[in-house]
Design a protein around this ligand. Structure first.
Ligand code: SIN
Length: 292
């Protein structure tokens, strides 16, 4: 079976049935809960193949009621690529592949509280991130929003699509890690790298809008005011178009794996002074490639 979206410009078919599990979709185009898999035990080849297929179809896949130690969390993520080391890792003396995502009443900020794609300042940004939330706020809240970057691209006019396809943007780690999180940069500074404004997803072959307000500093070859005006318009498109969006309402022991190559996300800090705790393992893959 397949789900079909109604408007012609977003008429994309995605599978809704797989051999080794059932799914419940979050929206018609983005996000699915996978029912009937225990990630604490080694997955069969068939399960891995189906999870990969569901990830390609739905970009954000959610597994409820999981009971994972760090090794099981890493083992699951390892099915999708080599484990990523975050530029701000080793601050807690933990395994460098584990990124703690914790917010308490004493936190000066919550990580990811703005639309972004993970660590696009890296030359090889994480292609996927697996966040395992074990504590949710007693008050409720603490959801994560996701936005579909295939659809963000498809909803642009053909004129804008063609214009953007030739452009390259600069992504700078100092924007979040120094500007927002006030951390001390490592020797040599946080990474700065260039990526195409429109990238092509290596698995699906489809085009995505690949700039984000978390890391993108400017578009090359433009006046700063031109670059700012263009990026602000694209960020407004991402934030203000509800049909791009899906939302995960976390429960304790939920793991979500999202595809950073075709989505953005936004952690919602609406639960102060309550706390939320999770750990993230990300995986790296090919460097983003453009259309030409
Ligand atoms: C992140 O990985 O950006 C954090 C997401 C979240 O805490 O919901």
């Amino acid at each position: 079976m397949a789900a079909t979206l109604s408007r012609p410009e977003i008429a994309v078919e995605r599978r809704t049935s797989y051999d080794t599990f059932d799914i419940t979709t979050l929206t018609p185009h983005l996000g699915a809960e996978i029912n009937g898999i225990d990630l604490a035990v080694p997955l069969t080849e068939d399960q891995i193949s189906d999870v990969r297929a569901a990830w390609a179809d739905w970009a954000v896949i959610v597994f409820r009621d999981q009971h994972l130690d760090r090794e099981a969390h890493k083992a699951f993520a390892s099915h999708f690529g080599e484990l990523h080391v975050h530029p701000m890792s080793n601050r807690r003396g933990l395994d460098p592949a584990i990124l703690v995502v914790e917010t308490t009443a004493d936190s000066p900020y919550t990580a990811g509280d703005g639309w972004h794609t993970d660590v696009t300042c890296d030359a090889h940004p994480p292609i996927g991130s697996a966040l395992y939330i074990t504590k949710t706020p007693e008050s409720g809240g603490g959801d994560t929003l996701y936005a579909d970057m295939y659809l963000a691209y498809e909803l642009l006019s053909p004129t804008m699509q063609t214009f953007l396809e030739g452009l390259t943007a600069v992504h700078d780690g100092a924007i979040p890690y120094v500007g927002a999180y006030k951390s001390t940069p490592p020797e040599g500074g946080y990474p700065v790298n260039e990526h195409p404004v429109i990238a092509v997803h290596p698995d699906t072959g489809k085009k995505v809008l690949y700039v984000n307000s978390g890391f993108t500093s400017h578009i090359k070859g433009m006046r700063r005011w031109e670059s700012k005006a263009l990026l602000d318009a694209l960020y407004n498109h991402i934030a203000a178009t509800p049909k791009l969006h899906a939302r995960i309402e976390w429960k304790p022991n939920t793991l979500a794996l999202w595809d950073n190559r075709c989505t953005q996300h936004h952690a919602v800090w609406d639960y102060y002074p309550n706390s939320r705790y999770g750990e993230r393992v990300s995986v790296v893959g090919d460097r983003p490639t453009g259309v030409r």
